[in-house]
Design a protein around this ligand. Structure first.
Ligand code: AGP
Length: 367
């Protein structure tokens, strides 16, 4: 069956717009909304005995894993090591017999990730896989298969597979937390209610498409762009920068907001747009104070936050994008949307081949 772009100019745009639907679909496989419970498929090993997780992935899937690490450590109090797949084997990681190794991949065929999976199996690890292509090599080699239900992703720049990976990782974090006795039924019900709100909040984020399109001329002429975030929004900054690099060919870097002062702030002048991802929450004030340091040096800020955050810190920014107010758990799913849309519109304005950017392949099957 051929997949069409429908009424979208590019597959990437179509896939960004599909996210509320496919994230809802993915969540349905892991969340019993009525009972307020998360239920991942049964594994042939005991989740309550998992006391360390090793995560491995590449590119956007790696950034999903970084967000997942934050959630698993926070909710389940299980330590997570995470590596890019191309480094994993070569650092000869210490893997204790019977540990859980988790591989994240849209395609399930990425050569580095697949080689890392086989290495982990040789080292006696249980293999869990978060994967979008159910017939892929990684899906076949998993002890615990955690599918994302994003449907075929055609655009080389990953969008809907990423947010579906986040949905699965959130469910896994909650399940692990329950198995380890870290969550009461009441707390789990609350988390499930927040997860269930994600698709609608993502749809509200997509409503900003036209506004973000109008902002593209602020970013398109730049030679360098910085993205800043803290906590789970730090990997979102990395992901935002990767999206922009891939499809617009503008040099972009993501930084943990607090790292700016340790070097990158030297880059700031009024030609460098700085995109700050800062939902309201416990880390907001700290991120804003890093943002003010940038502003004091002439940096031009695009702040992505909710109404409260923008009321507090939006003044004096070059532009702002208002996201719905959401629980901090689902913020990465929602804030993924504006960073994807911004990269998309900048690339369209620059006239690049959005769905097939130069030098890139959808699935990288060489090491
Ligand atoms: C993301 O936009 C990329 N094109 C790329 O980084 C991708 O996420 C990476 O190659 C991993 O692919 P996978 O998820 O299919 O393993």
């Amino acid at each position: 069956e051929t997949i069409s772009k429908g009424n979208h100019a590019h597959f990437m745009r179509k896939e960004i717009f599909e996210q509320p639907l496919v994230v809802a679909q993915t969540l349905q496989s892991y969340v019993r909304a009525f009972e307020g419970e998360v239920a991942i498929p049964a594994a042939d090993f005991d989740l309550s005995k998992v006391d360390r997780v090793t995560m491995v992935a590449c590119g956007t899937s790696f950034y999903a894993g970084m967000v997942g690490k934050y959630w698993i450590e926070r909710f389940a109090r299980v330590p997570v090591d995470i590596d890019v797949a191309s480094e994993f084997r070569y650092r000869d990681p210490v893997l204790e017999e019977g540990g859980l190794a988790l591989f994240i991949s849209q395609s399930g065929e990425t050569a580095d990730t697949l080689a890392a999976l086989r290495h982990a199996r040789e080292q006696g690890q249980k293999i869990a896989v978060v994967v979008n292509v159910p017939t892929s090599s990684m899906a076949r080699e998993a002890d615990l298969l955690l599918p994302t239900r994003a449907g075929p992703e055609i655009g080389v720049a990953s969008t809907k597979a990423f947010t579906c990976q986040l949905a699965v990782l959130a469910a896994l974090a909650v399940n692990l937390a329950r198995a380890r006795g870290r969550l009461t039924a009441e707390q789990e019900r609350e988390i499930v209610a927040h997860l269930a709100e994600a698709p609608e909040a993502m749809a509200k984020a997509i409503d900003h498409d036209e506004q973000i399109k109008a902002m593209a001329p602020l970013v398109a002429p730049a030679r360098d762009v910085l993205y800043l975030g803290r906590g789970p929004d730090y990997p979102m900054a990395l992901e935002g920068a990767l999206k922009l690099k891939e499809i617009s060919y503008i040099h972009a870097e993501g930084y943990a907001a607090g790292e700016m002062k340790h070097g990158p702030i030297a880059l700031i002048d009024d030609n460098v747009p700085v995109i700050v991802i800062a939902p309201s929450g416990p880390l907001f004030d700290k991120t804003v104070s890093n943002m003010q340091e940038v502003r004091a040096r002439g940096g031009k800020i695009i702040l992505i936050s909710d109404a409260d955050g923008l009321a507090q810190a939006g003044e004096g920014c070059l532009a702002t994008i208002e996201m719905p107010a959401v629980h901090e758990l689902i913020a990465p799913l929602v804030y993924a949307v504006p960073v994807q849309l911004l990269a998309y519109h900048v690339a369209v304005l620059k006239g690049t081949d959005v769905d097939q950017p130069r030098n890139l392949a959808k699935s990288v099957t060489v090491e």
